[in-house]
Design a protein around this ligand. Structure first.
Ligand code: 6PG
Length: 241
């Protein structure tokens, strides 16, 4: 596990973008799973506006780690957010964008997307392998769309599962823990003081952290990088060693 701590979310965005450019440069086909929520917005803006000419987008194949079960035109859609902050600003082939069809029946879409991953990606012990999985972490310690109240989905047999947001009841399609931990590399993008308590618990592997799905991220490759701002890292190393 590698911790990269920066002053604020803008510096996180800059540094992650440079990291992304470097990762994508060494591959003829770079398969990346994006996260949703608000943190990626600034990251995608910086990647598109400051680093776009440093990436051969023909070689980058986009997927999502999770998507809300809403139409692509809905403001809740991670795809829509990504179009607004990234795809509308770069020249990426349409066929390189593998959207989770949020408008479809959730169970059927989870099966379809799992099949698509199995076809498009290399597999390790029959599990689709991304080159990079980008994850966020919710204030409750969820990641992708695996929430604490249904943490058993982490170990689901199916590579894509249907999850339910604990407050809104919104259905979501999410990759499971096996797919996340089979990735060649996983990058957490976590900013803001509201995340500090969970970040400390998870990184310092406290007993109580096991209830948080984000604590289960542990790629077999050993390549897990946390991109944090000072707010999210505020409680780290506060305990006397
Ligand atoms: C989603 C995300 C989700 C997100 C966390 C953190 O669809 O909402 O994939 O897992 O990464 O909720 O979101 P923020 O970055 O907005 O805090």
């Amino acid at each position: 596990m590698e911790l990269k701590i920066y002053k604020d979310k803008f510096e996180v965005a800059e540094q992650f973008s440079a990291y992304f450019v470097e990762k994508a440069a060494h591959s003829d086909a770079f398969h990346v799973a994006l996260s949703g929520g608000s943190t990626p917005k600034i990251v995608f803006d910086v990647l598109a506006e400051k680093f776009a000419d440093k990436v051969d987008w023909n070689k980058v194949h986009f997927y999502w780690g999770d998507e809300r079960c809403v139409p692509p035109s809905d403001d809740e859609s991670n795809y829509k957010m990504t179009v607004e902050h990234l795809f509308s600003k770069i020249d990426v082939p349409h066929e390189n964008i593998n959207r989770i069809l949020g408008e479809n029946d959730p169970k059927g879409e989870a099966m379809r997307y799992a099949n698509l991953l199995e076809i498009n990606l290399d597999r390790v012990e029959d599990v689709p392998q991304f080159d990079l999985v980008i994850l966020g972490m919710g204030d409750d310690g969820h990641t992708a769309s695996i929430f604490p109240h249904e943490i058993e989905l982490w170990n689901a047999e199916d590579h894509c599962v249907v999850a339910t947001h604990p407050d809104s009841g919104q259905k979501r399609v999410s990759i499971n823990g096996k797919v996340i931990n089979t990735a060649k590399e996983v990058a957490f993008l976590v900013t803001g003081t509201s995340k500090a308590e969970k970040v400390e618990a998870i990184i310092e592997k406290t007993e109580g952290s096991k209830v948080y799905p984000a604590s289960l991220v542990n790629p077999k490759s050993g390549k897990l990088v946390w991109f944090l701002d000072e707010g999210a890292a505020a409680k780290l190393n506060q305990n006397p060693s």
